[in-house]
Write a protein that binds this ligand. Structure first.
Ligand code: MG
Length: 325
């Protein structure tokens, strides 16, 4: 099959900049692409890289798109190099939505979402808006401020959030080994003493990617679960961590993990415990990502796509961008 290929870059400003241990993020940039097959079936795809998280840069993705001819083949789509995981996702999901789409499952309402709270004290004022929107799992960024301060806020947060909520703590690799131990010990002790009014679902990526062995060790030393995120940004990394013995949780960001078909194969083969998560994509990549989450999520974990409150309504600009292709 041959496909007409068109693409267009986009920029999208966060309502307020997103602060993580990686720094501040103000503008989301990506590429929308369209594949039209010989029967005129259209598939939309989105390339939404996060280079500081381990994917290619936007520039590399653009270069890749620019060097392609106006008409491409299945062979091109399925042989995009592993160094371009966001491109692999964008092209393959466009292909699936268009001519490869005989197994297209619409994500159903049984998926429930995790809402992202801002770092620091702001979380204490923001959870309620998200709660009213129906969120029951929250993620709070840690490793942003001094640990003593964050532990104080944590103490308030767990007593402020309703008891039926689940809380995820995401350090984005920003803790030292001692700090990570302190967080894990604090959660373990609170639970053991019956002083934990809600469930701490896991601590996400406590240490930097290079400290895999230490995280493996921590995961066997404490009750509180650990999820790898930055460590498993791409399918290659995910397979390597599994190979090295990781049996905790894997956070999968479909938008940058790489080929959806190879991800499916890996998840089916190894039955790993996954949490699916957003890369602040538009509705185009989100649909493809939610579809994968619906297929591959196990253990009833909320998926991390509760990000709408970070952007203005997208319908209008996305619609006109698509119309211009
Ligand atoms: Mg994370």
């Amino acid at each position: 099959m041959r496909y007409q290929f068109k693409f267009r870059p986009y920029q999208r400003k966060f309502l307020r900049s997103l602060t993580t241990n990686h720094g501040k993020w103000d503008i989301r940039e990506g590429i929308i692409l369209r594949l039209t097959d010989e029967t005129l079936k259209v598939g939309w795809g989105e390339i939404a890289p996060i280079s500081w998280f381990g994917s290619e840069t936007l520039e590399q993705a653009l270069d890749f798109c620019r060097q392609l001819p106006g008409e491409i083949t299945d062979e091109i789509i399925f042989s995009i190099p592993d160094e371009l995981p966001a491109c692999q996702f964008g092209f393959e999901s466009a292909w699936e939505m268009g001519s490869g789409g005989d197994n297209f499952i619409t994500p159903n309402s049984s998926l429930f979402y995790s809402g992202l709270l801002p770092a620091g004290e702001a979380a204490l004022n923001q959870w309620e808006t998200l709660w009213q929107k129906g969120y029951r799992t929250f993620k709070w960024k840690i490793g942003v401020y001094a640990i003593a301060h964050e532990l104080e806020i944590f103490e308030s947060l767990i007593h402020t959030l309703p008891a039926s909520t689940k809380l995820r703590l995401d350090a984005n690799g920003g803790l030292s080994y001692e700090e990570a131990s302190l967080w894990l010990r604090t959660c373990d002790n609170l639970k053991a003493n019956g002083e934990l009014p809600l469930e701490i679902e896991f601590i996400e990526q406590p240490l930097p990617v290079e400290q895999f062995q230490q995280m493996l060790e921590l995961s066997t030393s404490y009750e509180t679960a650990i999820a790898l995120d930055e460590s498993v940004a791409t399918l290659g990394q995910l397979a390597a961590c599994h190979q090295l013995g990781w049996r905790g949780i894997f956070v999968i960001k479909p938008g940058i993990v790489g080929s959806p078909s190879r991800l499916r194969k890996f998840c089916h083969q190894h039955q790993i415990d996954t949490v699916f998560s957003s890369v602040f994509e538009t509705a185009i990549a989100r649909l493809a990502a939610l579809k994968l989450a619906a297929e591959l999520s196990r253990n009833n974990r909320a998926i991390g796509f509760g990000i709408d409150h970070f952007f203005e309504q997208e319908d209008t600009w996305l619609q006109s961008l698509c119309n211009s292709l």
